[in-house]
Design a protein. Sequence first.
Length: 150
Amino acid sequence: MPVSYDEDFYSWTQEQAALLRAGRLERLDAAHLAEEVADMGRSQIREFASRLAVIIGHLLKLQVQTERTRSNEASWRAIVAAQRNSLARHLADNPGLKNPAVVARAMADGWGDGLVLALRESGLPPALFPPTCPYSLDQVLGEQPIEGLE
């Protein structure tokens, strides 16, 4: 008897993998399997946007929060560098994420979440921050300089 997708997701995944390996395609739960594969792709976009948000949030703090200590600045720059490295590996592993539509969506999500991060962590008023993302993807990735920050 097949394992139920709704009742035991883990066991369902293992059963589907075994069926695929055995070439028993007629027994696959194709509808649920297709949705799970599509969701795997969406999770890669979410990770892309999440990393962008961390970078953007720290770039905003570096740009806007002029009253900062050297240790804060060093820490923020270290976080930006680490996230840039992780994001570069993520994009190398998933080159399809460089599709312009995906980039636009990830940048929009990354901007919104990055702004929230910068506002929360800086405690500064929203009026001090730019109303739209001032950075290109190449600047966020560190492939182009940001005037006054690098």
